[in-house]
Design a protein around this ligand. Structure first.
Ligand code: GDP
Ligand code: MG
Length: 392
């Protein structure tokens, strides 16, 4: 593994000369890929600690009821013919994106299970708790040229919690999302419906509604360098056919992408899309991503399985493409930066890490609303050490 110190210069607070009263410059963390090209850091094989489900009304359940089963069409020489636009918009129940859930569902799981966590006493106090999707954004940051991000961080009873904040630009994009983009989002969920069944060994039923409130989330333990991690990610389905049905090895991520015809289109796909697919599935140890390629009419006519651990091979010889070591080294450097910035243990104190493409990660300090994100029911229960669930 790469030691925590290798990229230490980056992000470290510059200390003024003794006796010199000059204010220290605000710390920041550069994101240039060239700074993070060392050897691949240690990353513990992710293990599943548990799971939870969100139902059609976005209500939490501490079980696997929303888990679906991978059920691809029979491989009898025919290609699939999935109409991804079927049911749009009449059989579409999109989740209300105005509701900012922050870490709430994950914290509800953690409140119920923190007493039985493996890793020994005190493991949680040294860990970072977040969503997989937030870590994905960190992994792809050195290569991202379009979308910035903001991550809020608080320390509470030792644990560092990281929760994304929607940037003003992302909010504008969401509220002005063009109709065609809305339909494309639906198509991704519709593909899942064509490929998944509610029970093992039965065929998918694409006649029902697509409700994006429903989610199955796996809760995983890992470690990046010296940073113990507890994170949760939404899992599309499990493959009941795989030899080891032990999570996360049995999980499958489903994706759709535009059908490609030229070598140039494939090259761009490997450079940009495969990076995001790799980062998302590598983190939780999901071994396979099944892609459905759609034609301009919105029909999936071909499927291809990409093995997460082989994705880098498509770009290994491409100097201008991505490298997993850069992604992981940057993520480790950010986590060290955050750990060294958020020193005070106070759930009402929030450090907001902000990044825009072309610049470094910067930090600002906030207290209470609107940035504080650890809910009172969590803070109070943990403070009083009463493992009671939140009241509705
Ligand atoms: P992903 O990797 O980006 O799909 O995100 P995660 O798997 O980490 O998802 C964490 C939680 O956020 C789950 O409950 C998801 O249903 C939810 N989620 C996923 N994408 C979005 C999104 O675009 N906006 C919001 N608000 N929540 C999302
Ligand atoms: Mg998916």
């Amino acid at each position: 593994m790469e030691s925590r110190g290798t990229k230490r210069e980056a992000g470290e607070i510059e200390v003024a000369e003794p006796g010199n009263k000059l204010p220290r410059p605000a710390p920041s963390l550069p994101t240039d890929p060239a700074l993070y090209s060392g050897p691949f850091p240690y990353y513990r094989r992710p293990s599943e600690l548990g799971c939870f489900s969100l139902d059609a009304q976005r209500q939490y359940h501490g079980d696997a009821r929303a888990l679906r089963y991978y059920s691809p069409p029979p491989t009898n020489g025919q290609s699939p013919n999935f109409d991804l636009r079927d049911g749009y918009p009449d059989r579409y129940q999109p989740r209300d994106e105005e509701v900012q859930e922050r870490l709430d569902h994950l914290l509800r799981w953690l409140l119920a299970h923190r007493g039985q966590l493996e890793g020994g006493p005190g493991w949680l106090a040294g860990a970072i708790v977040t969503w997989r999707g937030h870590l994905t954004k960190l992994l792809t940051t050195p290569y991202e040229r379009q979308e910035g991000w903001q991550l809020a961080a608080s320390r509470f009873q030792g644990t560092l919690y990281l929760s994304e904040v929607e940037t003003p630009a992302a909010r504008v994009q969401r509220l002005t999302r063009p109709p065609l983009l809305r339909e494309l989002m639906y198509m991704g969920y519709k593909f899942e419906q064509y490929m998944c069944a509610d029970k093992p060994g039965v065929s998918p039923d694409p006649s029902g509604e697509v409700n994006t409130n429903v989610a199955f989330c796996s809760v995983l333990r890992s470690r990046l360098g010296n940073h113990p991690l507890l994170f949760s990610g939404e899992v599309d389905c499990t493959n009941p056919q795989v030899p080891s049905t032990q999570p996360p090895t049995c999980y499958v991520e489903l994706k759709t992408s535009k059908e490609m015809h030229s070598p140039g289109q494939w090259k761009s796909f490997y450079r940009h899309k495969l990076l995001k697919w790799w980062a998302q599935s590598f983190l939780p140890g999901v071994p396979n991503v099944v892609a459905g390629f759609r034609n301009p009419e919105g029909f999936v006519c071909s499927l291809k399985t990409f093995r997460t651990m082989e994705m880098f091979e498509y770009v290994r010889n491409d100097r201008d493409s991505w490298n997993p070591s850069v992604c992981m080294n940057f993520c480790a450097a950010f986590l060290s930066f955050a750990q060294n910035t958020v020193v005070e243990d106070d759930p009402r104190l929030v450090y907001l890490f902000s990044w825009e493409p072309g610049g470094p990660v910067t930090v600002s300090e906030h207290r209470d609303a609107p940035h504080a994100f650890l809910p009172p029911w969590y803070v109070e229960a943990v403070t009083q050490d009463l493992p009671s669930p939140p009241k509705d």
